[in-house]
Design a protein around this ligand. Structure first.
Ligand code: SF4
Ligand code: SF4
Length: 363
């Protein structure tokens, strides 16, 4: 294993250039409309310098502060999911021919992306999505093309939001696996660790000094503090039996009185993968496109099968979502479907909190 290096803030531009020389388009966080989004970036000036996040149930606001760091915040509404599981994607095309119709396959080409700022919870969610889309005999070709050349530069969390609870799920705040580089930010720069041969090659090309023992300890202490400062927690990592024994709990109806069934929680969730398939016909009848788009188990039509809506009540939809995430996911994937990113809490317009609901249901 190679020694950790110190990447000064002033050397970030060199990292961007090294990535560009290797053919990667850089995706990095930036502030837009008061939130933090991941977009293509050519220069570290666009990173969220001096930004802190004021986040709580039903609220999130990126605020300019006086500090000099660029990752002193936890997460925006989305990071990796839209880059791998496209919000809308054509799966095949149908063309009218002289004798009927022909189905044409879609070519899935993707640019190599380097994502700077991936959090530990997002890496944990990505490993679930990889399993869902790439495991088994029929890997998803679009997902596979986008995922193949993706280089991941993780940033360990040192400033969790009040909505974060990754310490209780075990998926953060430090990135443990699945990254090419992992950075921990200190004043003036980052302690940088390679997680792959690609990451080590990048660090070597940047000709950086080794991190001092003091820098390494300061980085470890910041991540420890981030874990200790989290105030929310999920009440256990294996809730399958407890939740499935409470399918008639009155709390499902209580939460449904507040839930708008808007689906925000599922759209921001990095592990949710539900989708709908739609047919988009040409107006002149010459063919159609068959597309896949994100869907939500809160939607009225999501559980509509052959003339019957299987979950007409919002309480049933909320129960479906929460029991899938925290209970039946264990049967499907051998682990919980919640990594503890807290996005569903912050981006729920009425502030419904999965940790609060799970705790109330277990009483
Ligand atoms: S259920 Fe909520 S906290 Fe858990 S991974 Fe999804 S968005 Fe994050
Ligand atoms: S829990 Fe919140 S975000 Fe999710 S569907 Fe209900 S109101 Fe929307």
């Amino acid at each position: 294993m190679h020694a950790d290096r110190f990447l000064p803030h002033a050397a970030l531009q060199g990292l961007y250039e090294a990535l560009a020389e290797r053919g990667y388009a850089v995706i990095a966080p930036r502030v837009k409309d008061g939130a933090i989004f991941y977009e293509e970036s050519r220069h570290p000036d666009s990173l969220p310098w001096g930004i802190r996040l004021e986040q709580d149930a039903g609220a999130s606001r990126a605020v300019q502060d006086t500090h000099t760091q660029c990752f002193a915040w936890a997460n925006g509404p989305q990071a990796l999911k839209p880059l791998t599981f496209a919000p809308r994607e054509t799966l095949w095309r149908i063309k009218r021919t002289a004798v009927g119709f022909a189905v044409e396959a879609i070519e899935h080409a993707a640019r190599p992306l380097a994502v700077i700022g991936t959090r530990a919870c997002d890496l944990a969610a990505l490993s679930i999505q990889d399993r869902h889309f790439l495991g088994g005999p029929y890997p998803d070709p679009g997902y596979a093309a986008r995922r193949e050349d993706m280089l991941l530069i993780a940033v360990n969390c040192t400033h969790p939001a009040s909505t974060c609870f990754c310490a209780s799920t075990g998926y953060g705040p430090a990135a443990e696996a699945g990254f090419d580089l992992a950075l921990t930010e200190l004043e003036g720069g980052f302690v940088a660790r390679a997680g792959s041969a690609r990451g080590e090659e990048l660090l070597a090309a940047l000709t950086l000094e080794n991190a001092t023992p003091e820098q390494a300890e300061a980085a470890a202490a910041s991540v420890r503090h981030a874990a200790e400062s989290q105030t929310r927690a999920i009440p256990g990592t294996q809730l399958r039996d407890a939740l499935m024994a409470r399918l008639d709990h009155p709390r499902w109806r209580e939460v449904a009185e507040r839930c708008l069934a808007c689906g925000n929680c599922t759209l921001v969730c990095p592990t949710c993968f539900c989708h709908a398939e739609v047919e988009l016909p040409e107006l002149d009848g010459s063919g159609s496109l068959h597309a896949r788009e994100w869907d939500s188990c809160f939607g009225e039509r999501h559980a509509y099968i052959h003339g019957k809506q299987l979950r007409p009540e919002i309480s049933q939809r909320y129960r479906q979502w929460l029991t899938h995430k925290l209970a039946t996911w264990h049967e499907q994937f051998g682990r919980s479907g919640c990594v503890g990113c807290g996005r569903c809490i912050a981006w729920c317009p009425v502030g419904i909190d999965i940790t609060e609901e799970a705790t109330a249901l277990l009483k």
